[in-house]
Design a protein around this ligand. Structure first.
Ligand code: CA
Ligand code: CA
Ligand code: CA
Length: 283
């Protein structure tokens, strides 16, 4: 595992990408992708050392024509603990133009060393004008002793267009595996969780969910229910898995941002099509 991480990091040394193999720690990164003049950026910050209160840090900004402030992070609980902790002990990382990878080796109460390895691979894809994806693919590996049951959580608090109190949110999908947040101006963001092992999906106030993650008590969520509609909405996904030594659990969260084309853009697009049509007719 350590070897493959090193090899992957080495491969990037040969390219144009900044790499810190071995004891690397990435405190922040920016991914950027574009389609023509239409650019998407995903900036992630405060990526080191936030294990518990207050709120485990980890701010982000997901921009596509306009800026959307975001907080996003993962946290976990094992069967030996009555509470959750954010993944904070980053041990390796690398960043490319549109991808980044962070590895964490975390403590498990009652087991020596840091037996829980959590790797997150981020990938930004600007798929078409006004539409962009950030895929977060994760692997959780048990490197300690005996059977281990783990609850894994992903928290997302997006404030569409940087204003939180006018956003509305709803569940989509049979397992409530998608959280969709809409701003009155029409921009839509969604987060879709992989469904294997998905045991919880909740939309609630950001303050309540941050407190759940940060406090000393156990939290478990149902799949869907009545969404919290007014105010600063946020969402949490929960997966529950039991791993034997050496086993891994893989999953993902895909964020999608859709921006409705502005009338000026539509007009320009229409004129462009008309011009192309005329050129064709005059051939
Ligand atoms: Ca808003
Ligand atoms: Ca808690
Ligand atoms: Ca929010």
């Amino acid at each position: 595992m350590r070897r493959s991480t090193f090899l992957r990091a080495s491969a990037f040394v040969a390219g144009t990408i900044a790499v810190l193999p071995g004891a690397a720690q990435i405190g922040s990164f920016v991914l950027a992708d574009r389609v023509g003049d239409d650019a998407s950026t995903f900036e992630h910050r405060e990526l080191i050392g936030h294990r518990e209160f207050p709120y485990a840090g980890q701010g982000a900004t997901y921009s596509l024509r306009q800026r959307n402030e975001l907080q996003t992070w993962f946290w976990y609980r094992t069967e030996y603990d009555p509470r959750e902790y954010a993944f904070s002990a980053q041990t390796a990382g690398w960043v490319g133009d549109t991808t980044a990878s962070l590895t964490h080796d975390e403590l498990v109460t009652g087991q020596g060393g840091r037996p829980l390895r959590f790797t997150v691979d981020y990938s930004l894809t600007h798929i078409s004008p006004g539409r962009s994806l950030v895929e977060t693919a994760f692997t959780l590996t048990h490197r300690g002793q005996g059977s281990l049951t783990i609850d894994l959580f992903n928290f997302n608090d997006i404030d569409m267009l940087d204003t939180q109190f006018d956003d509305s949110a709803r569940y989509v999908g049979a397992n409530a595996q998608t959280h969709m947040v809409t701003d009155p101006e029409g921009a839509v963001w969604s987060a879709t969780a992989s469904t294997a092992g998905l045991t919880g999906s909740v939309i609630d106030s950001a303050g309540i969910l941050k407190m759940d993650m940060s406090d000393a008590f156990t939290n478990d969520y149902a799949l869907g229910g009545d969404p919290f509609l007014d105010g600063d909405v946020a969402g949490v996904f929960q997966w529950t898995v039991t791993l034997q030594p050496g086993e891994s659990f893989r999953g993902s969260v895909v964020q999608r941002l859709d921006v409705v084309p502005e009338p000026a853009t539509l007009t320009a697009l229409g004129l462009g099509l008309l011009a192309a049509f005329r050129r064709r007719r005059h051939r």
